[in-house]
Design a protein around this ligand. Structure first.
Ligand SMILES: Cc1cc2nc3c(=O)[nH]c(=O)nc-3n(C[C@H](O)[C@H](O)[C@H](O)COP(=O)(O)OP(=O)(O)OC[C@H]3O[C@@H](n4cnc5c(N)ncnc54)[C@H](O)[C@@H]3O)c2cc1C
Length: 381
């Protein structure tokens, strides 16, 4: 990966700012249109939300309508490019353990919507076969759509593939400080471009702060853990719980979710106040990433509250019957959370600023990257 070499003097069709999943997806959308692309990333490689996430490419549960469609499309792009970029799909599908009648109401209502097509409630025999490690519940909602990639390596592999297979020039350890097209001023000199797409993730202040302020975004800090079960076992699909029915828009915005939400606000008040719900995914070494929590603030929170980790571990134990586990890693992650699930704007001709403001960039990024490239090309006309 090019990082400290001399900046090219050529005129690019597009300079993309930010090497997270949204910047990479935008670069991919641009090269698919035959455009020449440079991508500028402040760090040696992304170290933010795009590598701190679960790598959980989720369709079921995404907000009904355009965002759910983004997720369907993005999932298909991941399935197409993962083998080309050398990215393993660790597992696919989703099991949502239903532990309360109110959650069953939500699952049944979801199945009646267009989003429920191809999803199903599993029979007891199917649960015993597909997910024997789940505790006994009232049922399991199965969604076939989901994929899981190991983000901490997938993001680097995606960048390498875009460089070698699609000719994207990468300038890492390089910060973009000002854009006045055709000039893009960086900490290492000037690039020249017809268009610029700014994908700054949670950095709402360095470039186009007034435009990004329109997203009305707070910064959401999440607790995440990697645990190693003491006894080896294989997860056949991602796992979520009743708390997720009350949290993910595609379920929680159904009228039938009201009963579950008010029940959980009483019986799992600590989890609800900390924004805790459960996602469990597995890595190739058998470890599990479990999370998460949601703390909204006007700034990135520096300190991790271990009591929230306990809430996540307890929820995991209530859902998975896998015995003892060691916590081997914990970390915080941050994403911008706005009025809407995405934010995009063209502050001037040839420049677009975009951010996924609903915490779903791995799941919706390839569709959103195409929207950003379409918008920046339109903004020049
Ligand atoms: C803990 C956690 C778990 C999550 N889990 C999931 C999940 O499982 N599935 C899912 O779909 N979504 C998940 N999300 C959300 C998802 O990770 C984000 O929506 C997505 O990663 C955002 O990508 P991004 O490219 O916008 O931002 P980022 O990953 O933050 O990348 C932005 C990049 O821009 C660079 N940059 C910024 N300004 C400049 C500049 N001026 N010059 C040069 N470079 C600059 C930064 O260095 C950074 O590398 C999760 C988020 C978190 C925090």
């Amino acid at each position: 990966m090019q990082s400290t070499g001399k900046l090219s003097e050529k005129k690019y069709d597009v300079v993309v700012v930010g090497g997270g999943i949204i910047g990479l997806a935008s670069a991919y959308a641009a090269v698919k249109k035959g455009l020449s692309v440079a991508l500028v990333e402040r760090e040696a490689q992304n170290k933010d939300a795009s590598v701190r996430n679960f790598g959980f490419i989720t369709v079921s549960g995404q907000k009904r309508g355009a965002h759910w469609q983004r997720a369907r499309y993005t999932r298909d792009v991941w399935a197409d490019i993962a083998p080309k970029a050398g990215i393993d799909i660790e597992h696919s599908g989703l099991h949502m353990l239903i532990q309360r009648p109110e959650a069953m109401d939500v699952a049944e209502a979801f199945l009646k919507t267009p989003m429920g097509a191809d999803c199903q409630l599993l029979s007891q025999a199917e649960i015993a076969k597909q997910a024997p490690y789940l505790h006994q519940g009232l049922g399991v909602l199965y969604s076939p759509h989901e994929l899981r990639v190991e983000s901490k390596t997938a993001i680097g592999k995606l960048a390498t593939w875009l460089q070698h297979a699609h000719g994207v020039d990468f300038y890492n350890q390089t910060s973009v400080q000002l854009v006045t097209l055709p000039k893009v001023y960086t900490s290492r000199g000037t690039l020249t471009a017809e268009h610029c797409v700014v994908c700054p993730g949670a950095d709402l202040y360095s470039l186009y702060p007034e435009t990004l302020a329109q997203a009305q975004a707070k910064l959401c800090t999440l607790n995440m853990l990697r645990v190693m079960p003491k006894q080896a076992f294989t997860l056949n699909a991602a796992v979520m719980s009743d708390l997720s029915f009350a949290r993910y828009d595609g379920f929680a915005q159904l009228p039938e979710a009201k009963g579950l939400i008010s029940l959980l606000d009483k019986v799992q008040a600590a989890e609800r106040q900390a924004g805790v719900h459960l996602i469990v995914v597995q890595s190739a070494d058998g470890s599990l990433i479990i999370g998460d929590s949601h703390d909204y603030s006007d700034r990135e929170l520096p300190f991790r509250d271990v009591r929230i980790d306990e809430l996540i571990i307890n929820e995991c134990q209530r859902v998975l019957n896998i015995g003892d586990m060691d916590v081997v890693q914990h970390w915080l992650g941050v994403y911008p959370s706005g009025d809407d699930v995405v934010f995009k704007a063209a502050p001037e001709k040839g420049v677009v600023v975009g951010s996924v403001t609903g915490g779903t960039g791995a799941s919706t990024g390839f569709a959103f990257g195409e929207e950003l490239i379409d918008l920046v090309l339109e903004s020049k006309q």
